[in-house]
Design a protein around this ligand. Sequence first.
Ligand code: FES
Length: 591
Amino acid sequence: MDVPSREFVLAGSLEELKAKGRLVLHGGHRPILVIYDRGQVFALDNRCPHMGFPLERGSIEDGILTCHWHHARFDLESGCTFDLWADDVPIFPVELRDCEVWVKSGFGDADPAAHWHQRLADGLAHNLGLVIAKAVHGQLAADVPFADIVRQVALFGAQNRDGWGVGLTILTALANLLPVLPEEEAYLALFHGARRMAADCDGEAPRRERAPLGSRPDSAALKRWLQRWTTVRHREAAERTLLTAIAAGLSPAVLADALVAAVTERAFADAGHSLDFINKAFECLDLIGWEHAPTVLPTVVGQMVAARGAEESTAWRQPVDLVALCHEAASELPKLFAAGCSAHGWSDHAALAQELLGDEPVRIIDALKAAICAGAAPADLSRSLAYGAALRVARFGTANEHSDWETAHHVFTYANAIDQMLKRIGTANGHDAVRGVLHGAMALYLTRYLNVPPARIPGERDERLDDLPADVDSIRAALLDAFDRQRQVDLAARLVARHLKLGHSPQALIATLARALLREDAGFHAYQMLEAGVRQFIVWGNTDEGRHILIAVARYLAAHSPTERAALQTADIARRLMRGGELHQEEGASS
Ligand code: FES
């Protein structure tokens, strides 16, 4: 990394520089190119900021330096580029002392955190992957906390597109994983989150702010209004209502209850994405600070009110009217929870999950009702739902169409989202949000064909998997090797089972799965899958159920690997440029 220095070093005599036109100082942190042009002396990093090609081999005309690799052009005096994708070249102070040329060799900025903050802003604004990668690397090297980087990127995303999008979801999902990631994967996670945010906002109209109402109705009225405006698809009214609730200082739990009540006015809206995005917006605020709620939370409203509900889908109406079943069960919730409130210690999560995977929708609803009567809290139901949905992925038959992985994925990430929201809401805010579990259970029921026939889950009972490696490093290498090849779904599952059955650290396995994901040009769903899987694994720990969940994650990731890994290439280039040294010589590239 850049190290501040006040030292000037002798580059050579002015006569020599005039005669040769350019000199290169080697040694130290990185090579410096010293140029004599039209009576002036300039000093720049000799490594092109794009990919490190030696700028000494470039050409100079009319004060413009052109790199001869991809022909990026730079203002010789300032180092600023005319081609934003290439980034600016660092320049260095020059002094002429008695016909000698002295160059200040230090590359450090007085305030590196501020410098890289601005460069990240530039990279986001112009969707420049290499600049984003360098800026993330630079901020991390300057000890900028993860949360500060996430906040900068999240606020950029909230303000530069008209509504929550995949960029904000990916950023939040990856930011949630940061505490369990090794240093290298943390850099990649922040880079992917930022680059996807920039891409998501590229060419989009910025968001226009609305204002809260001048009055402060009570929370019950605001909740009712939010439901009403969602039902009639009145975005402006819904946003102003939500902003009023925020301005009134309602707690995150109360806000969560109001938004889940509104989004569940439609069943499994937009294949579960609406509720998932709402959950992610709450998690984003947990990460960056709730003082940003007026900026972040209203971004989910546009999609929420416009979402298409499952009640418009034939599959939810014929041959069984699943929407009517959910309505009827929802009307019974107050009575059911009242009946169950005297019972304590309900813990049949795994058994309920198996019932949720059944073939009879009425029996599935009855199982949920019975669990409530037996003392299950809302978040117990959603925990069972999430585990059942993970089993759907873990048992996904590879004879299905490849696109059906996404069908299974949608239910799992939705189930994780309603689980997180119900935990946040708690039990003090009524039971409207439990409708989300009923909808999720019916969505899970409708995907039962994905497990016909079911894939076998490895490591069950006494299966030892002794044909596979045994030590942690060998299992990691074998897993990453499996992800290097297509259609290694079952091998990836067996290696995950092997790792956990041998009692190796789950954290090491999660780090390997994160590595497998973060080196790919992954799709939006893959990030959701890993994060939801890790969240649910943490609930269960290294149990049979926890193992099934990570097997589900590994199978999904293996089904979507490998990709071209272009983003990893960008991240590697940025890291090598930031590290210093003579990049071109290291790579052995030819001119
Ligand atoms: S333009 Fe210089 S290395 Fe690409």
